[in-house]
Ligand binder design. Structure first.
Ligand code: CUA
Length: 276
């Protein structure tokens, strides 16, 4: 459209004001005060109006309602971990009661961006810093969360689900998860913790950014220095804590170190053991 608005008059004027004879000279134009005042004043008014409107919207965007439901978010390569106000940890999926929601966010490794297109909001998550955003989750349903900052080869896999439920359903969800946390087996706990691994490590035997976890336990793995090791419990634990050591042949040194507690580390290894 703009192309047409610009190029049709342009071609017309090229034709209309073309040189018609050898001695043809162009008209000498000094300037036009009226025109200059006009094309200064009109943009000034437009920009001031846009500025005032932006300021008002920005205030609304940054002022969190006092009754907002506060969730802690930790982004990492490649996923989102959330902690509800009741202390329930979830990964890749989180549940909130309908109404205003505030996210207090940080990142474990690089800059990510928590984006919920359905609510027209996004905000960077920055390592070593807390950022926040809020939105009004007025309508119950399931919404898609994306990472909107190119953060590595697994960026496009960095997704999460946001479930907005009624107050009653939320209370039920809290109860259920508290119960579940008490009765989970180590393998189940490990599976939950390992959600943050499957962006780079597949569960079906196919290689991704890192080796697959299927059949990994007690297999012979060739390292970059040519030696072959057994991936037993001790090796897996060492590798998760300090991934830059004992690099596996054929994979780039991309994995960040994970600071699991001993208990969590045992659970993750139990889970890897179970993937036969
Ligand atoms: Cu995290 Cu893209």
């Amino acid at each position: 459209m703009i192309f047409v608005i610009v190029f049709v008059p342009l071609l017309y004027f090229v034709f209309k004001y073309r040189r018609t004879s050898e001695n043809h000279t162009g008209a000498y134009i000094e300037g036009n005060t009226g025109l200059e005042i006009m094309w200064t004043a009109i943009p000034v008014v437009i920009i001031v109006l846009l500025g005032v409107q932006t300021w008002a919207l920005f205030n609304e965007y940054r002022s969190v309602p006092a009754n907002a439901h506060e969730v802690k978010v930790e982004a990492y390569q490649y996923g989102f971990k959330m902690v509800s106000p009741e202390g329930i940890e979830t990964d890749g999926e989180f549940t909130v009661p309908a109404g205003p929601v505030k996210l207090n966010m940080t990142s474990r490794d690089v800059i990510h961006d928590f984006a919920v297109p359905a609510f027209r909001v996004r905000e960077d998550t920055v390592p070593g810093r807390w950022t926040y955003m809020w939105f009004n989750a007025s309508k119950e349903g399931t919404y898609q969360v994306y990472c909107a900052e190119l953060c590595g080869p697994g960026h496009s896999l960095m997704l999460a689900k946001l479930n907005v439920v009624s107050k009653a359903q939320y209370a039920k969800w809290v109860e259920e998860n508290k119960m579940k946390a008490q009765t989970m087996t180590p393998v189940e706990r490990g599976e939950k913790l390992a959600k943050q691994c499957i962006g780079c490590h597949s569960l079906d035997g196919s290689p991704a950014a890192g080796p697959t976890l299927k059949g990994l336990f007690n297999s012979d793995t060739k390292l970059a220095d040519g030696s072959v090791v057994k991936t037993d419990v001790a090796f897996l634990k060492k590798k998760i804590k300090a991934p830059k050591n004992n690099l596996v042949d054929g994979y780039p040194p991309m994995m960040p170190p994970y600071s699991f507690t001993d208990d969590e580390l045992n659970a993750v290894v139990e889970y890897i053991k179970s993937l036969k």
